[in-house]
Design a protein around this ligand. Structure first.
Ligand code: IPM
Ligand code: MN
Length: 367
């Protein structure tokens, strides 16, 4: 029987609770589709940091490198200063494992979960490809005259040709694969007649960030010439978020830099029903990828069996798909859709009409 070894970092707050349900549902899919999963738990997170003073032991990165996939619940602990665990665990793994893509599918499963009037599942179905290793996240910059009235703080956005190109290539390939040759419904008849089947929007700020997004834009069109089936589209980041609310059906696949991607995916999560449903993958297509629900550790809900595990369950579905178990991934997503539309009152914590564990049981049974 085929088997997969997966590292699990439950992490802080409600992280372990939602991870437990994601593992439960993954097990149901493994049983159904005939493969085995060996889970390898790691206790990284706030509690361990408070005991040992280190967010990640130095051996951890190389140990995790042995896995193709890591499942992460959440990091963030009320007794640990903000930034330490985020930088010391999440960002460190993203960088050192070269997870250069942050993949965020944005799909509305039920109209009632969308805060925008008159928008339903037929309008909200796109993917954001966020560059995950560069930009303003890299930590380049510094202070001069810190703490004085003359102090200067500089934070630089780093965009390398290699980093931008590999991200764009991933996005073009995804746009091509996603439609499986069938045209995206947002294309105009003349686009389809011209052989276009999908759309990739570069989200940037070429009118102000005239160095960083000049590089992005040139690379986008240079590479795009090799993908004649994909319509190339451009939107400034401020316009992008406006369109998310006004005309989300405009989007198919969006590619953007690290900080813009961070910001627009939170808004995107809201139009798909909130952090209770939004999942993401930190992808290194050739190495170790890490899958996580978008929501944080939600400390105030810890241990109450009220947090929504569906985002974590969706992240597990993405993970199985990434591991080559496409049928299992699809079965999990279909089960989530079915359960939302038949059993779940609201996607918000404490308002689901069921507990965290019960939602996990329902989805596992539907798989
Ligand atoms: C995310 C999160 C992280 C980010 C934080 C926790 C460092 O907001 O995954 O979007 O900014 O990337
Ligand atoms: Mn974020």
């Amino acid at each position: 029987m085929k088997s997969h070894d997966i590292a699990v970092i439950g992490g802080d707050g409600t992280g372990p609770e939602v991870a437990r349900e994601a593992l439960k549902v993954s097990e149901a899919a493994a049983q159904k589709f005939g493969f085995k999963i060996n889970w390898h738990p790691y206790d990284f997170g706030g509690e361990r940091y408070l005991k040992t003073g280190e967010a990640l032991p130095d051996s951890a990165v190389d140990e995790l490198r042995k896995f193709k996939a890591i499942f992460l619940g959440a990091v963030g602990h009320p007794q640990v200063k903000p930034g330490i665990l985020e930088k010391g665990i999440l960002l460190r793994l993203r960088f050192e494992l070269e997870q250069y893509i942050n993949l965020r599918p944005v799909k509305l499963y039920r109209a009632a979960d969308c805060p925008i009037k008159d928008k339903g599942p037929e309008h909200i179905d796109f993917v954001v490809v966020r560059e995950n290793n560069e930009g303003l996240y890299i930590g380049a910059g510094g202070f001069v005259f810190k703490g004085t009235p003359h102090e200067v703080a500089i934070q630089e956005s780093v965009n390398t040709r290699r980093g931008v190109e590999r991200c764009l290539k991933y996005a073009f390939d995804l746009a091509k694969k996603r439609r499986g040759g069938k045209p995206w419904k947002g294309l105009k008849p003349e686009d389809v007649k011209a052989g276009k089947t999908a759309q990739l929007t570069l989200c940037g700020k070429t009118n102000v960030l005239t160095f960083a997004f000049d590089l992005w834009e040139r690379a986008f069109h240079e590479l795009g010439a090799k993908y004649p089936m994909i319509k190339r589209d451009y939107a400034h980041v401020d316009a992008t978020v406006m369109w998310f609310v006004k005309n989300p059906e405009w989007f198919d696949v969006i590619v953007t830099d690290n900080l813009f991607g961070d910001i627009i995916t939170d808004l995107a999560a809201m139009i798909q029903g909130g952090l209770g449903i939004a999942a993401g993958g930190n992808i290194n297509p050739e190495g170790t990828s890490m899958f996580e629900p978008m929501g944080g550790s939600a400390p105030k809900y810890t241990g109450q069996n009220v947090i929504n595990p569906l985002a974590a369950i969706n992240a597990a579905g993405m993970m199985l798909d990434f591991l080559g178990e496409a049928k299992a991934g699809a079965a999990i997503e279909n089960a989530v859709v079915k359960i939302i539309n038949t059993k779940i009152k609201s996607l918000a914590a404490g308002k689901m009409g069921h507990g965290t564990r019960e939602v996990g049981d329902l989805v596992a049974a539907a798989v």
